[in-house]
Design a protein around this ligand. Structure first.
Ligand code: FE2
Length: 386
């Protein structure tokens, strides 16, 4: 596994030894969901997640085959897209997978070079470098497939001053629920099929120049009933982190298997979004109707002082308050983190969100995995999919 060489996160400098420099990434540009009804999905993300109206493309802007709503909150941009015609790859995607993430777009300095470097290393092309222009300048985009039908789009916007992309108009709305303090995408997790995790780890290493900086095997991520394996991939500056999960054999059905069955193949399992004040964010989300996984048992919270050790001194939050909201706590050598997971946000038990507040810790809540998966199993049990 890669050795970390410098403890600076979210800087542009390289922090992971072994990461390759051929694909410099400046951050997540946008995440595009293909959904059955973008208008209603946009309302949901505005109301419940506090996203703001940002940009729009559809019939009114001259687009005939699809409609896209772009939502923004701090550094996060979500795009919600629905087909307007019968014969459409968007409609096909929704039919096969249900609502889900189609594009994880990455902000780059040079989209043509990003495309060239990754395709020559074996990436399958989704879209050749394409220049789009309007009165605000030009954007170059190019895309490659990753796991399943999911795509990484490289977005070069250094010569663009518009709201989002050429073809989109600013979206003004009279309905603007307040932000709930979501800041940026911390990581996005992919579920892949049986025995495919290492294939995709190698793909991210070879094609994208990423490094594997954390690994969890099925002995670490296991409950009495089910298990999975996970490896975390990061680009050189640590801004882009993609954990990859695969199911592992247990007494009952792994949550990853359940996802693969309902999504009909590999795809994005969860999007983790950072906040500076998880208590405020989660309180707001609950008030706005978002359902979260249930809290771990009392014993879990009783053990927090032991698990946090010296980090207890720096902990500002009240454990009772965290427990009341079902927020989980984990620690590593450098600090602690607070996290919570929503139930799936669409009808199929597929995509969900994580809300995370990092207080120095850079892990992914390994100490919470058991409690988390037991909570997911309780949901699977209700669905008859355990
Ligand atoms: Fe996560």
């Amino acid at each position: 596994m890669a050795k970390e060489v410098k403890s600076v996160e979210y800087g542009l400098e390289k922090i992971f030894e072994g990461a390759q420099d051929f694909l410099p990434l400046m951050g997540t540009d946008y995440v595009e969901f293909y959904v059955g009804n973008a208008k209603q999905a946009a309302h949901f993300y505005k109301t419940a997640f506090g996203f703001q109206s940002h940009a729009y493309a559809g019939l009114e802007t001259g687009v005939r085959d699809r409609v896209s709503y772009v939502l923004k909150q701090d550094k996060i941009r979500l795009v919600l897209t629905t087909a307007l015609v019968e014969d459409s790859p968007i409609g096909e995607h929704v039919k096969k997978h249900g609502d889900g993430v189609k594009v994880v777009a990455l902000w780059v300095e040079d989209a043509r070079k990003s495309y060239e470097e990754t395709t020559k290393r074996g990436a399958r092309s989704y879209m050749e470098p394409t220049v789009e222009t309007d009165e605000f300048g030009e954007v170059v985009r190019a895309g490659i497939y990753t796991y399943g039908e999911t795509v990484h789009m490289f977005v070069e916007r250094k010569n663009y001053k518009g709201e989002f992309l050429p073809g989109f108009k600013k979206w003004e709305s009279d309905y603007n629920p307040a932000s709930i303090g979501l800041k940026y995408i911390d990581h996005m997790v992919g579920n892949v099929g049986w025995n495919e995790m290492n294939t995709w780890v190698k793909w991210y290493e070879d094609v994208m120049g990423f490094v594997n900086f954390l690994s969890f095997d099925d002995k670490q991520i296991t409950t009495e009933y089910s298990s999975l394996m996970s490896k975390v991939m990061s680009n050189g500056n640590g801004r882009i982190k993609f954990p990859i999960n695969e199911p592992a054999k247990g007494k009952k059905r792994s949550q990853i298997e359940e996802y693969l069955d309902f999504y009909n193949g590999p795809g994005v399992q969860h999007v983790a979004i950072a906040t500076d004040d998880i208590i405020k964010t989660v309180t707001e989300m609950k008030a706005r109707g978002i359902e979260f996984l249930s809290a771990p048992p009392q014993d879990y919270y009783d053990q927090i002082p032991v698990r946090l050790g010296t980090h207890m001194d720096m902990m500002k939050e009240d454990i009772k308050e965290l427990q009341k909201l079902a927020i989980m706590i984990d620690a590593d050598e450098e600090g602690y983190l607070l996290q919570i997971f929503t139930k799936p946000v669409e009808d199929r038990p597929t995509l969900f969100f994580e809300i995370i507040q990092r207080m120095g810790a850079r892990g992914f809540g390994a100490g919470n995995f058991k409690a988390l998966f037991e909570s997911i199993e309780r949901e699977q049990e209700k669905r008859g999919t355990l």
